[in-house]
Design a protein around this ligand. Structure first.
Ligand code: SF4
Length: 466
């Protein structure tokens, strides 16, 4: 790793960049425009976020707070847990543990810095971790392994049995950093009673692990507060999702990103609820006026992303979609699968219920939430079994009246690359032209954004979609 990158901790640099970004609008518009001249590599993402209006500024505050909590954890006497986006952070917030979710942290570095997280990614392979592993963990993980970031206290994940590269990354980190580690096993099915009981016991053991390493008991009132906020957040998201089915879709193109990023950072925390409230108001207003959420106003195409998005510098994917009049209908990350979700009966799945009446019911609820996080929910077995990836994607694409489907992931994702062509063919049979992006969502050295975007545009043209 370049020595200059060890000068300042990775998360501290993110935090300071976010603070600067959030202050840019404190002055006049003229001052803001002048300031942009001094941040040539940062102005793209800043502009994209500020163009979202008030929700953009709120989102900036959310990520700034998230990273600040990591950087200041020690002085605030809080424990820090390295974790994954497949793991709901709600329990950690309820236990006053500061989560460092590696994949969203990689996204932050990738969209904010021209250098991305590539040096950290390479550090992992320098010390022996497989370079064929998923780049989403490797990006920020390298900084923690190089001890060029805040100190973490323990590691907790739930991807064992779901995603080998994900769980291997965390067990590698636990060994390398010599930290306590808890890997939840995966629920083989979401609806079978035996599995449910096994999974709930496993989850309770994990709580004991967290209590041991924090020296604090799980606080029932705090857990209830987090779950009540969670239920509020779900209700707001469901309203937005209902409106998203309208043609034209009244939801601005970047809002899916805000929904899932907010969930990964602050599920069950009021900051995220406030963001969703503002977003819903805007979506509602657009819907009332029969307006599309796209900047140009005209919806030309509706695209459903069956996997994840592309996190190149400045959030270029969303700019492209917005400029071309393409509505983003969400992806595997943007939906939570609660029992009240407007799509739940169409995906033939059993959503989670939030029951805050007793400690037991709350733990069961949070276990169920966790079992429906992305990957754990639909990438945990053969793609075409009931309740899995194909069924979920086809049902959602149909419900959302998608004109096409798009796959983007990382080459390290054996879970999807083993069957991506099969699922694309299946979706074509369901009537959805489907494009496979060959880039890496977090590493542009695999395929440049120029090539990736050219191929995507080519798909829209050749298939007569635009
Ligand atoms: S993108 Fe693929 S490899 Fe990465 S965590 Fe998800 S399932 Fe695992």
């Amino acid at each position: 790793m370049r020595p200059e990158l060890s000068e300042y901790p990775f998360d501290w640099m993110l935090w300071r960049s976010l603070i600067s970004a959030s202050r840019l609008k404190h002055g006049s518009e003229k001052e803001y425009q002048s300031a942009l001249r001094y941040i040539p590599y940062f102005k793209g993402v800043v502009n994209t976020i500020y163009n979202m209006g008030s929700p953009g500024q709120k989102f900036l505050k959310i990520i700034e707070t998230y990273v600040e909590r990591i950087v200041t954890a020690k002085e605030n006497n809080r424990k820090v847990a390295m974790t994954t986006f497949c793991f709901s952070p709600a329990l950690l917030h309820a236990m006053d543990i500061v989560p460092v979710s590696l994949e969203p942290m990689t996204v932050l570095g990738s969209v904010m810095w021209k250098r991305g997280c590539l040096d950290y990614m390479d550090f992992c392979t320098d010390i022996g971790f497989s370079e064929t592993g998923c780049s989403s963990q490797r990006g920020s993980m390298g900084a923690y392994l190089a001890r060029a970031a805040s100190e973490i206290d323990f590691i907790v994940i739930d991807s064992a049995g779901v995603c080998d590269t994900n769980s291997n990354a965390f067990s590698f980190a636990a060994t390398y950093l010599n930290k306590p580690f808890y890997g939840l096993n995966y629920p083989a099915t979401l609806i079978d009673d035996q599995t449910k009981h096994y999974h709930r016991d496993d989850y309770r053991n994990m709580i004991t692990f967290l209590e041991t390493h924090t020296g604090k008991k799980l606080d029932i009132d705090r857990l209830r507060e987090v779950l009540n906020q969670h239920a509020k957040q779900d209700a707001l998201i469901h309203e937005i999702e209902e409106l998203q089915m309208l043609v034209p879709n009244p939801m601005p193109v970047t809002y899916n990103f805000l929904i899932y990023a907010g969930r990964f950072f602050f599920s069950g925390v009021s900051l995220y609820t406030e963001l969703l409230e503002e977003m819903l108001e805007i979506v509602k207003q657009n819907a009332k006026q029969g307006k599309s959420g796209l900047t140009g106003g005209q919806e030309k195409l509706r695209a459903f992303f069956i996997y994840i998005d592309h996190y190149s510098l400045d959030l270029k994917l969303w700019t492209l979609l917005d400029q071309r009049g393409i509505s983003h209908l969400g992806n595997i990350l943007s939906r939570g699968f609660s029992a009240k979700a407007p799509y739940i009966k169409y995906v033939q799945n059993h959503g989670y219920q939030i029951d805050t009446s007793t400690l037991d019911s709350m733990i069961d609820s949070i276990t169920e939430i966790n079992a429906r996080m992305p990957m754990v929910r639909s990438i945990r077995g053969p793609y075409d079994l009931p309740h899995m990836w194909l069924e979920e994607s086809a049902a959602l694409a149909k419900l959302l009246k998608a004109d096409c489907c798009v796959y983007n992931g990382t080459p390290g994702c054996r879970n999807t690359w083993s069957n991506v062509k099969l699922i694309a063919n299946d979706l074509e049979k369901h009537g959805f032209p489907t494009h496979i992006m060959y880039g890496d969502a977090f590493d542009e050295r695999v395929e440049s954004w120029e090539i990736t975007s050219t191929r995507l545009e080519e798909f829209f043209t050749i298939r007569g979609l635009l």
